[in-house]
Design a protein around this ligand. Structure first.
Ligand code: MV4
Length: 512
């Protein structure tokens, strides 16, 4: 194993990697921008190196500076986290060329999966099902028209260099094709500096299900099962779970084998994720492969019992995976809510400020992967994700109840956050049935983000009456309730939360 690893990232993921290093007895080196001089990841690491001004283009994206910092501190490997330099082929190559180990896939695998058309070709040649469409870029409107009529409308125009939904246009009929093609090209050129686009049949109402894979340097490639990631807004995931209600053991086995085949075809090593669309008929289609550790990796960790970051480090150090596919059996249910500094009541507008008070949830089955503390300044330089609240429970119903409970415990003062939005999701009947697909959130955004009705005098009196009655009923000694009425009332006075709790009690949530 390495003696020392540099972490080329910030926030919660830098802390996550530091924790894995510490458990493996590996020293950690943080890097930080001027804005992060007092950030938790800097305090927590064994050493820290300043790398530049606040804008990421002048700090966390300065690969050559980060490599220098690794050499100067005697780190043998660099963990890129997610985002920033994690999927830059040139960086993976530069790290290797500097005589260091990149804790991630080979540069060649990043390149092979980076272009969506080359990923489709690779997948197709490995027998992996892809959405019907072209495996090369379309030249012009004439060719696009021919492709579209053979596929049948609606079709989707996608950027070859794309990913994450940029440069993507749904086309419902021939009359709209020329404009959509132009728009997709323009967006692709601006986002990726490459205006090549290709086409696919548009799949309506699918789920987004992804498979985690782990591959060592000795030819073992394993599937760690699926994550359900359909709850997203504008291609930003908000909530993930493992397993998926839509995936049977048989489908899990088939999707897992497919993901392993795609990874093998790319010469993949380390942790990676194959994204699929899963339609209502249970057909699945490979979309793309993410060649990095993902934000939502903890839900897979909780149902498999494996520490993915530790395995990333072990694999990078040349260790063999000591288990076989049949040893990996997901157990129970895990769910993750992304806690962001965005205001759901205000169109998810990014919110800034200083964290004045922070109450982190705890108790059975609760995990907090955070990157903030009291006093942290939340600005606009970086991603708005402050932390991930993750729970595990034996069943999905119990995981939902546990997440709701943990969200009630969470208090973040100083910035607007996505907390209340997540409470609403946990309370939503469709979500609780697992009746979701990729358009679900956008369709339900109104009811999930509507400001709470002002707690007028009557409402407050009603809540107080319920709380007092409940305290008297549920507290053996009478006087001090375990869930203190002041805490709950101070909970920004959301009437719906208590209504839900009461309903939950009636429905026997405790018996799960
Ligand atoms: C699709 C699709 C429907 N049909 N491809 C969005 C981002 C990129 N990863 C691929 N995406 C999609 N590709 C076909 N042929 C729908 C989406 C899509 C989507 C996919 C996953 C998660 C959320 C999504 C939200 C909107 C559209």
């Amino acid at each position: 194993m390495f003696n020392k690893v540099l972490i080329a990232n910030r926030g919660e993921i830098a802390l996550r990697v530091i924790r894995a290093c510490r458990e493996l007895g590996v020293a950690s080196v943080a890097v930080y921008s001027d804005a992060d001089a007092r950030a938790p990841h800097v305090r927590e690491a064994d050493e820290a190196v300043p790398i530049g001004p606040a804008p990421s283009a002048e700090s966390y994206l300065r690969g050559e500076r980060i490599i220098e910092a690794a050499q100067r501190t005697g780190a043998e490997a660099i963990h890129p986290g997610y985002g920033f330099l994690s999927e830059r082929e040139w960086f993976a190559r530069a790290v290797r060329d500097a005589g260091l180990v990149f804790v991630g896939p080979p540069a060649e695998a990043i390149a092979a999966m980076g272009s969506k058309t080359s990923a489709r070709q690779l997948a197709t040649s490995a027998g992996v099902p892809v959405v019907p469409g072209t495996t090369t870029a379309v030249r012009d409107v004439a060719e696009a028209g021919e492709v579209a009529s053979s596929l049948g409308y609606p079709v989707l125009v996608k950027a070859s260099a794309g990913g994450g939904g940029k440069g993507m246009r749904v086309v419902a009929r021939e009359a709209d094709l020329a404009l959509a093609l132009e728009a997709a090209r323009r967006e692709a050129r601006n986002a990726f500096g490459d205006d090549a686009v290709y086409m696919e049949k548009y799949i309506t109402g699918p789920r987004h299900v992804e498979i985690q894979v782990l591959a060592d340097q000795h030819g073992t490639v394993l599937s760690l099962g699926e994550r359900e990631c359909s709850i997203q807004r504008r291609h930003q995931k908000m909530l993930e779970e493992a397993p998926s209600v839509a995936v049977s053991p048989e489908l899990r086995r088939r999707m897992g084998e497919t993901a392993v085949a795609a990874a093998r075809a790319a010469g993949y090593v380390n942790a990676g994720t194959c994204e699929f669309l899963l339609d209502r008929e249970g057909q699945f289609y490979f979309l793309e492969m993410n060649t990095r550790l993902q934000v939502e990796h903890p839900v897979t960790e909780l149902v498999t019992g494996l520490d993915l970051v530790q395995w990333q480090l072990r694999i990078a150090a040349g260790e063999r995976l000591p288990f076989r596919q049949e040893d990996i059996v997901p157990t129970g249910w895990a769910m993750e809510c992304r806690i962001t500094s965005e205001d759901p009541a205000n169109g998810f507008l990014p919110s800034t400020g200083r964290i004045g008070y922070l109450r982190i949830p705890g108790g059975p089955g609760v995990r907090w992967d955070g990157g903030i503390g009291i006093g942290s300044e939340v600005g606009l330089h970086y991603d708005p994700m402050l932390a991930k609240l993750i729970v595990w429970a034996p069943t999905r119903d119990a995981a939902i109840a546990r997440m709701h409970r943990a969200l009630l415990e969470l208090t973040i003062d100083g910035v607007a956050t996505s907390r209340d939005f997540h409470l609403r999701v946990m309370e939503d009947a469709e979500f609780r049935r697992g009746d979701i697909e990729i358009q679900w959130l956008e369709r339900r955004i109104e009811s999930l983000t509507r400001p709470n009705p002002p707690a007028g005098g009557k409402v407050i009196a009603a809540i107080a009456a319920v709380l007092l009655a409940e305290r008297d009923r549920s507290t053996p000694g009478g006087a001090t309730a375990t869930r203190s009425s002041s805490e709950t009332a101070a909970h920004r006075g959301l009437p719906h939360e208590d209504a839900w709790l009461r309903a939950g009690r009636r429905d026997g949530l405790r018996s799960r």
